[in-house]
Design a binder for this molecule. Structure first.
Ligand code: UFG
Length: 343
């Protein structure tokens, strides 16, 4: 396995940057590409500090076939982890064409480039969003639960999975892993890399982190009248380093075998918004002021994974608990209160 080179698209993003480190630690070589549409070049400096080696990186857009061709010709990757995509649910409803162009166009372009260079193993960043609005009877969510798209972002993930399934059926050389992420949170334990959303955070933990550090006055809790133990939404939060290790396991599975896989990456445990607020307050030693606001359109009451397939097939399971997720997020946030650019 040593010295096999893995290409990461969207390589300086939140999940990819943590996966980059996990891959280096597992003995893989990595080449990253990104166009910095939603990330900072400072990530590369941080990766250098953490790994003790200069990251191999090419600035490129996954929509640019000529640029990708040059990367493949120069680096000859054995497999690709395709992270590059837009990911904001709300934004996807106002800019659907941009989402379809980037997420679907980028995926097709990447696959076509891979094929031109004889590379046919891809790990794809999918999402629990493919379960649509899960019914309580569907919980915990198994991979064979009903699938649906409830917004353009979700449609791009569902279509991405469909494209890879159809490609594998048509061209048996292809082996792909669709990893359905639940709610990635936390940061590398060094505090040097983490999630750095631009503008107002869409997701709960980065918002809570910014309240704790004093960048935002209070959290709005979107609904306290759901049919859940405390009335607030329940999600399966997963530490980003566990998620990163899930990618390493999926790559080993693809490179050592002849099978494709679609698997949930979650912990199998659900926590409410208020559970997370309490845990974050304890980890940071800061109060998290909040007020109850109306439900957010499109939110499910509860969503958590049955993570047993990844355990059986990939030999992977999440190790970090909610306390650790909050502690690591807080280390990153307090060391970098304004994120990468201004720290
Ligand atoms: N929430 C708040 N206040 C906030 C933000 C979130 O109360 O300011 C609540 C939400 O209502 C929800 C929970 O916190 O109950 C988690 O919300 P997130 O936005 O962090 O995460 P979601 O589960 O809504 O979304 C995530 C991913 C999406 C993906 C979706 C379904 O961010 O990409 O899971 O898989 F589509």
């Amino acid at each position: 396995m040593r010295n096999q080179k893995i290409l990461l698209t969207g390589a300086t993003g939140y999940i990819a940057s943590h996966t980059w480190l996990a891959l280096l630690e597992s003995g893989f070589d990595v080449v990253g590409v990104d166009n910095f549409a939603n990330s900072s070049p400072e990530v590369l400096n941080r990766l250098q500090r953490l790994s003790g080696q200069a990251p191999v990186f090419e600035k490129a857009d996954v929509g640019d076939a000529a640029a990708l061709d040059a990367v493949f010709a120069a680096h000859k990757p054995a497999a690709v982890v395709h992270f590059a995509a837009f990911k904001a649910v709300g934004e996807s409803t106002t800019m659907p064409l941009a989402y379809y162009r980037n997420n679907i166009g980028g995926l097709i372009n990447t696959c076509e480039t891979m094929r031109r260079h004889g590379c046919s193993r891809m790990v794809f960043s999918s999402s629990a969003t493919v379960y649509g609005a899960p019914a309580p009877t569907d919980l915990p969510l198994r991979e064979d639960a009903a699938l649906s798209a409830v917004n353009p972002y979700g449609a791009t993930k569902l279509m991405g999975e469909t494209i890879l399934r159809d490609l594998g059926a048509a061209e048996p050389d292809w082996q792909t892993a669709c990893l359905r992420y639940f709610n990635p949170v936390g940061a590398h334990e060094s505090g040097l890399i983490g999630e750095d959303p631009r503008g107002i955070p869409n997701n709960l933990m980065p918002y809570v982190a910014q309240v704790a550090v004093g960048r935002r006055a209070e959290l709005q809790v979107f609904g306290d009248d759901y049919d859940t133990p405390d009335g607030t939404g329940v999600r399966d939060y997963i530490h980003v380093m566990d998620l990163a290790e899930g990618h390493v396991a999926a790559l080993r599975f693809l490179l050592n075998g002849r099978e494709s896989i679609t698997a949930n990456l979650g912990t199998g445990r659900g926590y409410s918004v208020l559970d997370l607020v309490r845990a974050y307050s304890a980890a940071s030693g800061r109060p998290i002021p909040y007020r109850i606001a109306p439900r957010r359109t499109g939110d499910a009451a509860a969503c958590w994974a049955d993570a047993s397939l990844a355990n059986e097939k990939l030999g992977w399971s999440a190790r970090h608990d909610l306390v650790r997720m909050c502690e690591d997020s807080w280390r990153w946030q307090s060391m970098n209160p304004q994120g990468f650019e201004k720290s």
